[in-house]
Write a protein that binds this ligand. Structure first.
Ligand code: ADP
Ligand code: MG
Length: 139
C-alpha cells in the first residue's frame, strides 16, 4: 500500500499515469472516494499514459465510456447504481472484459460481482488542492 499527498490535479494525474505503466489488458482498478476527490482526474492521468488522447470525463448519461489508446480502456462511474440486482446482469460485462483495462469509480456496488481486482485506489480531500491517495496493487 502506498500513501501520497498530491497538490493539484496534475499531480494526481501523474500518479494515475504511474499506476498505468503497470497495467495490461484484463486489469481492473477500483477508484473510490468522495465527490470531487479526484477519481476522474486520476483515471484521466492513467488513460493518457495508456495512449488515450480523447477527453476523459466522468460518464454521466451512461454508466461507462470506452476509450482506445495503446490498450482498450473502460471507464465506469457507478454513482447512480443503487444495486446491481436492479440492473441488467450484463451491465458490468458490457464494459469489463479480458481485452480491456477497466477503471471503476464508485466501485463498492460492483465489488462482489467482480473477479480479481488489480489495484484499489482511494482518494480523499485534504484541504484546498491537496488530496490523499492510497494505492494498493494487489497483483
Ligand atoms: P471525482 O471524479 O472524484 O468526483 P474529479 O476528478 O472529477 O473528482 O474532480 C476533482 C476536482 O478537484 C477537479 O476540479 C480538480 O481540478 C480539482 N482538484 C484540485 N486539487 C486536486 C488534486 N490534488 N487532485 C485531483 N483533483 C484536484
Ligand atoms: Mg468522477
Amino acid at each position: 500500500m502506498s500513501f501520497v499527498e498530491t497538490i493539484g490535479p496534475e499531480d494526481t494525474e501523474a500518479h494515475g499515469a504511474r499506476l498505468a505503466e503497470r497495467l495490461s489488458s484484463g486489469d481492473v482498478v477500483l477508484v473510490a472516494g468522495e465527490l470531487g476527490a479526484g477519481k476522474t482526474t486520476f483515471v484521466r492521468g492513467a488513460c493518457r499514459a495508456l495512449g488515450v488522447t480523447e477527453p476523459v470525463t466522468s460518464p454521466t448519461f451512461t454508466v461507462g465510456h470506452l476509450y482506445r489508446g495503446r490498450l482498450e480502456v473502460a471507464h465506469l462511474d457507478l454513482y447512480r447504481i443503487g444495486s446491481l440486482e436492479d440492473e441488467d446482469p450484463a451491465l458490468l460485462a458490457d464494459y469489463v472484459t479480458p481485452e480491456r483495462v477497466a477503471f471503476l469509480e464508485w466501485p463498492e456496488v460492483a465489488a462482489p460481482a467482480l473477479g480479481p481486482v488489480t489495484a484499489r485506489v482511494r482518494l480523499s480531500h485534504a484541504g484546498g488542492d491537496r488530496r490523499h491517495l492510497e494505492i494498493e496493487v494487489t497483483r
